[in-house]
Design a protein around this ligand. Structure first.
Ligand SMILES: C[S@@+](CC[C@H](N)C(=O)[O-])C[C@H]1O[C@@H](n2cnc3c(N)ncnc32)[C@H](O)[C@@H]1O
Length: 278
């Protein structure tokens, strides 16, 4: 695992409070990579393909109660409720996202099936065995004590339940010297206190009582996300607007090239882990 100690939780919250309208403008209601299973998919279709593929892997049905950790604008929860008719509860660090997600669910007539709250996943408590599925797409990178979080997650999920997470992993086979320094820079730019490898995540899941862990490497199927974001920034000139907002937003946008290189050079990997609670 590669960590950067200087990242503060209030910077993560601030990033999402400020950047959510930009994510919506540039990318859509899902704040995660697209998954291109074929070349023809539009960016929005690729984002939905990621959600639908993960839902298939976790076998989510109308019988399931799902906890969506780091729910963003509610993209996953709303789609799961619409397509799988399951119950979803989403938590996000950002009060702005909570309001956005709740309004979107209300406008789609889903307020009974989907609820959102602003809460810190590292502080919130749930009763043991509260959920059938713990779902988390691109959030655990922002957590400080990942091992402790998964330990709690193992208690929240009922025996026989599933965990389904999508993660920016630290790469296991970097192809250039200077790996650690470049990953630290990504931590800074993308407000992540650490990035960990697939193997580290797998060991946390095992310690938390999950088994049959399946890893799906989606690095190549997701990589085009950042090229598209770069083109869209160029077209919309959002980078000029970001200068008026904060230094962090500028660093974030200027980090797209670094991330493209990191996926190409093996500094980072992208993919899903799905496991069963024993
Ligand atoms: C990259 S976005 C992904 C959003 C959403 N999962 C999606 O795919 O659209 C990361 C999310 O993690 C949330 N997050 C970060 N740290 C968190 C924490 N400690 N507790 C709860 N949510 C957190 C952010 O608020 C944001 O919603």
């Amino acid at each position: 695992m590669i960590s950067v100690e200087s990242i503060e939780k209030k910077s993560i919250r601030g990033h999402y409070d400020l950047a959510t309208p930009f994510y919506r403008l540039l990318w859509g209601p899902h704040i995660h990579h697209g998954l291109w299973l074929d070349d023809a998919a539009t960016p929005y279709q690729a984002q939905c393909q990621l959600t639908d593929t993960l839902a298939d892997l976790a076998n989510i049905t109308s019988q399931d109660e799902v906890l969506d950790v780091g729910c963003g604008m509610g993209g996953s929860s709303i789609r799961l409720a619409l397509k799988r008719q399951c119950q979803c509860r989403g938590i996000t660090l950002s009060p702005v996202q909570k309001r956005w997600a709740s309004t979107s669910a209300f406008l789609k007539g889903l307020s009974r099936r989907v609820q959102f709250e602003a809460a810190d996943a590292e502080k919130i408590e749930f009763e043991a065995n509260s959920f059938d599925v713990l779902w988390s797409v691109e959030c655990t990178e922002h957590l400080y004590d990942k091992a402790r979080f998964f330990k709690k997650a193992g208690e929240w999920v009922r025996p026989g339940g599933r965990i389904a997470i999508v993660v920016w992993f630290q790469g296991r086979n970097p192809r250039r010297p200077g790996h650690e320094k470049r990953v630290e820079e990504l931590c800074q730019r993308f407000v992540c206190p650490s990035f960990a490898t697939v193997d580290e995540y797998s060991s946390w899941l095992t310690a938390a009582g999950f088994s049959s862990i399946a890893h799906h490497d989606w690095t190549e199927h997701a990589a085009r996300t950042w090229k598209i974001c770069k083109e869209r920034v160029k077209k919309t000139r959002v980078d000029h607007l970001a200068k008026w907002i904060s230094r962090e937003q500028v660093d974030f946008i200027n980090g797209f090239d670094k991330l493209i290189e990191a996926f190409e050079d093996g500094d980072m990997e992208y993919g899903a882990l799905v496991a069963h609670r024993t």
